[in-house]
Each structure stands twice: as C-alpha cells, then as structure tokens.
Design a protein around this ligand. Structure first.
Ligand code: SAT
Ligand code: MN
Length: 584
C-alpha cells in the first residue's frame, strides 16, 4: 500500500532513507492488522495477555522503568523566533533541532518495521477535525493510536482530499533518557520524538499534535485547542448543559467526565464527550462549540474502583491495554485503590512483597470511548456541542475555594491564566509542588503564553453567546491533611449549581474574587458534611488571596510587555477589590 499524495509519499521515503528500517508497513486500521500486531508483541514480550476469563482481550505493557511519564525538561518548541515559543516553553533553533534529531534518527529503525500511521483528530466528517501521519517503529504506539484516534484508511482518504496533515516522526531509539527529546516545529506543522515509548511522548496525535501544534494552528485560524474534558450534565427536567473543564494531568478529568451521580440526586445524568482534549470553535450560531479530537481514553488507573467510578471500572474489564499496572497470581491487572485482589508481581515484573507501590502511580489504561457506558450520543457530531460553562481547576490544598464564578469572560481569562496546581506523577519531576499552570496548558501550549492569553480574549470578542467561567477545587485539605470535600460523584453538587447559574436560577454572593455560592445555594442533601467544613470550602481568606493576586501579577511580569493590557487590568482590579475588602 502507499498513497496518491506526493508530499506524504516523499516524506515517507525520505524518513526511510534516514532511519533505514527493515520494512515499511502502511497502517489501514483493520481488525486483522491489529490482531497481527498484538500477536507480534505477545511473542516479543511487549504485551502480556491478561486473564481471558476475567479480562477478555486485555493486555499489559511494561514500559522501560525510566520511561513512565512525560518529560517536560526534554520537550521543546522550535520556532524561528525564541519569543514566539515564550518563557513557558523550552526553545531550540529549528535548524539546530532538526540537525540534532536527525542524527539520533539516523539508522534508528534498523532491524525494525517502520509503521506509517495516518490518523484523524476528531470525527472524520467534521470540519473541525484535523489529520496527521505518525511514522513510528513502535507497534505499541500503533495499537494505542488505533484506540486513541480515527486511524487508517478513512484518515488517509481525507489527507489525500485535503493535501494537509501534521507530520510526526517517532522512534524508540535506544530508550536512553540521554537521547530522549520531543521537538515541535509549529511553523512546519511537524513533530520529532525520539527515545521514549510513553503515551504523551510517543502517541503523537495526543499532546504533541492535538495540543502543542493544534494550539498554534488554532491561533492562526481563530479557534482554541485546549487541555479540557467535555461533559453533558442533564438535569431531572431533561435539559443538558455541556461543560468544558481544564484540569492538569492526573487531577481527575477522566473521573469527572464519567461522573456517577450520587443516589441522593435522582434524575441527574452525565454524558461524556471527551476526557482530555477539547477543540473549541465559534459556531455559525455565535456560540462556542466543542469537539473531542480523540476517540479513546488514556487514563490514570490507580484509584479507579467500583465506588469511585463504576463507569470507568466497568469500561476497562475488556478490550483494554494496561501500561505499568501490577498483576495478581491469576494474571488479572491490579493497582492501588482497586480494593479487591492481591498483587504478586509489580509493574516492573518483579515479585511483589507488599513494600511500596505495586502499580506505577502513572499507570494507564487505553480504551476506546465506545466502551464508555455513558458516551454521549453527540460525541461524534461533526458540528460539536455548544458549551455553557468552562471550568478551570487545580489541585490546591489551600487558598482556592470549592467553586467560584468569574465576573465575565475577561475576568475568566485571568482566572484561567492564574491557575495553579500541585505537580503529579504524570510528568517526571518532584510531586506535590504548587506551580502556575495557566488553563492546565503549561506543558502543552505550543507558543508564548502572553500571545495565548491575548488569543483567548480575542475569541471572547468573536462569540455572541459566551460560556460562563468558573474555578473549582476538589482538593482542599484541613490542618491534618485530610480532604475536606468528598469529590468524585459528589462533585455533581457543584455542577448542579453551575448549570443553574447558567440558567440564571442559582444564587451567589459577590466577593473580591468573583461569585461564590452560599451554603444554602449548594445542594448538600444526604452529604453529611460538617457545616464548618462547608463554610471553609465556600469562603475566601482575604489575606491569602491578596498574596495570591500579587503572585499572579509577578507571574504575568515574566511575560513582560507581551501580556495584554486587558489582562493586567483584570489582575489589578481584583487586587484593588481585595484591598478595599481588607480595609473595610
Ligand atoms: O501521557 S499524557 O500526556 O497523554 C497524559 C497526561 O499527562 O495528561
Ligand atoms: Mn492530559
């Protein structure tokens, strides 16, 4: 097989000359192709077949122990001008970056098969969707891309029709962290990644294309590519609001997108559109409309059980690829927070004696969205879903209340820009350190954050009906380090207030930082939450917030004169309101 598209054909030939694979395989996406690949990997030990009675068609992949998460320090945006990449990105000159990467790619596929993977991000018939081709020497990448994207013939036909696609070149190389780099060339719509087989570094359709490259394309074309879940929240009266929510990696996006309503809230239903990435366009109706460019979930496994998220738990009992989980004696997958079963082999394949973690904290499942019992009937709609509310949420043990609403779009952009969160196991580095993570895009924005904030403000001016903007924090802790809010399904109580705010029905009090619900505005029926705890969750510490706003001001200073004046004004006016409140 090959293609009628000359630029694709030439690029594949050029890459083959550089990487010298033993053979080239053009992926069609068929079932037979997939089962052949799985067989090859089972034979090579890349995949381990799990217990077919309890987990039919499920496999375990153990990655190299040094290759278990994204590597932000090895991820670069290579634009002609360093300022275009901005202080939020590591930068390299494109010519130098190509030279460095091509030296690492030279001969890197010798003895291996080179797979050509055409894919489409978004429903193939959607005008919002965009295509790419990933060339890789990892069959694990191919079978994951088949779940995560629309991969194969249909995508190739669209590429041939449009003559436009993002070029992604990936090789496992020797998997050495010293020769591991993920480089983006937004001006050329291309990606080069070497030395890692881990999801976010190697499944190039996901973070590399659908966020870093797409955010650049989106700015040029007037839309937004965001690190957001998309969910439908249906009230007992049958009305559905679609909500998009930006949360950093491993902060519960998959669980929120698949939320199971508590028994004390009968009649409420949740529908998942997406759990990680959201492309937003101003539709012909003047509303922001969203599509999920992905077709599957690459979710964090630990903590998933029948009680925390039975939808996710049920979905991963079949046709799932697990990466870096532990095993029980009868070859069932096991992870911390599973609540049943006993691990005997840890994620590295070593006997497990009960010391330390059995599964890696960033162990993952890859599963088709079609297996989600609450997959939205509009998830594949080419025109996307209309967004009523946007949520920004970090993991903050203090300062941020359970929920507050921004005054308007521009203030909402400040709320998103000022987002902060504790670091997690999804990226290599220290965990639990609070850092600014604007719109949860710190690791994923393919250009200067100052220009990105400006673009957000500009999109707001294009739409005639804008979503309301909220900030949420499920992770507040008390003095003893105990979580104050139960989270998971109970988060629906906050979503209910948000949906009602969108309908102009719910009450709130105005504070210096925005609108907060009072205790009586939130449905806490059956929750048994101590009133003092609820009070703390729904109030702000003005002294702490003064410091927070000062710190956000300093953060904006890092972007110097490129920061839009409108955003500065928003920051100053919240700071002034806090001073006035303190003085009163
Ligand atoms: O590995 S991924 O980057 O796709 C997951 C995440 O960190 O969000
Ligand atoms: Mn993510």
């Amino acid at each position: 097989m090959s293609t009628s598209n000359a630029s694709l054909k030439n690029w594949v030939e050029e890459v083959a000359r550089l990487t010298t694979p033993d053979s080239i395989h053009w992926c069609t996406g068929s079932d037979t192709e997939n089962s052949n690949l799985v067989d090859v990997m089972v034979r090579s030990g890349d995949l381990i077949k799990l217990n077919p009675l309890t987990h039919p068609n499920c496999y375990l992949h153990r990655s190299h122990p040094s290759d278990v998460a994204r590597v932000e320090h090895l991820t670069y945006v290579c634009t002609k001008s360093r300022e275009d990449a901005g202080p939020n990105n590591h930068w390299k000159d494109p010519a130098e970056a190509h030279r460095k990467m091509d030296a690492l790619f030279a001969g890197s596929m010798r003895g291996r098969t080179m797979y050509v993977v055409p894919y489409c991000m978004g429903p193939v018939d959607s005008p919002f969707a965009r295509c790419g081709v990933e060339i890789t020497d990892s069959p694990y990448v191919v079978v994951n891309m088949r779940i995560m994207t629309r991969m194969g013939d249909d995508a190739l036909r669209r590429i041939e029709r449009e003559n436009s696609f993002v070029k992604g070149l990936h090789s496992l190389g020797d998997l050495s962290p010293d020769r591991r780099f993920i480089m983006h060339f937004p001006e050329e719509l291309s990606i080069k990644s070497v030395g890692s087989g881990y999801g976010g570094n190697a499944l190039l359709g996901k973070k590399c294309h659908a966020l870093r490259i797409a955010s650049w394309q989106a700015r040029e074309e007037g839309w937004l590519a965001e690190h957001m879940l998309i969910m439908g929240v249906q009230s007992p009266s049958g009305e559905t609001h679609y909500i998009a929510g930006a949360f950093p990696s491993a902060c519960g996006k998959t669980n929120l997108a698949m939320l199971v309503p508590p028994e004390s809230m009968p009649g409420w239903k949740i529908w998942t559109v997406g759990d990680d990435i959201c492309w937003l366009q101003v539709g012909a109706d003047g509303q922001l409309r969203a599509i999920n460019p992905e077709a599957g979930y690459f979710g964090v496994v630990p903590g998933t059980n029948r009680k925390t998220n039975c939808n996710a738990y049920d979905m991963i009992q079949r046709d799932t690829i697990f990466t870096n989980v532990a095993l029980t004696a009868d070859n069932q997958p096991w992870w911390e927070g599973m609540e049943t079963g006993t691990p005997v082999t840890d994620w590295q394949g070593k006997p497990y004696s009960g010391n330390g973690l059995a599964a890696h904290p960033n162990s993952r499942f890859t599963v088709s969205a079609k297996q989600n019992p609450i997959y939205s009937s509009l998830a594949e709609a080419p025109e996307g879903v209309p967004i009523s509310a946007i949520l920004f949420g970090g993991r903050r043990r203090e300062v941020a209340p359970l929920v507050y609403e921004a005054r308007n779009w521009a203030h909402g952009v400040l709320v998103g820009a000022g987002m902060a969160s504790e670091t997690t196991a999804a990226a290599v580095g220290q965990m639990g350190v609070v850092r600014r993570d604007s719109m949860a895009m710190k690791p994923f924005c393919g250009y200067n954050f100052a220009d990105y904030f400006k673009h957000w403000l500009a999109v707001g001016k294009k739409a005639t009906k804008l979503p309301r903007v909220f900030h949420v924090n499920w992770f507040r802790q008390d003095k003893n380090g105990k979580f104050m809010w139960p989270g998971y399904g109970e988060n629906l109580r906050v979503l209910k207030w948000i949906a009602q705010r969108c309908e102009g029905k719910a009450m709130a009090v105005e504070t210096a930082i925005g609108f907060l619900p009072r205790a009586q505005d939130l449905d806490v029926t059956g929750l048994n939450l101590d009133p003092a705890t609820l009070q703390t969750l729904l109030s702000i510490d003005e002294a702490a917030w003064k410091q927070e706003m000062e710190s956000i001001g300093k953060y904006l200073d890092e972007y110097q004169t490129r920061v839009p004046a409108e955003l500065r004004k928003e920051q100053q006016s919240v700071a002034q309101r806090l001073s006035a409140a303190n003085a009163a």
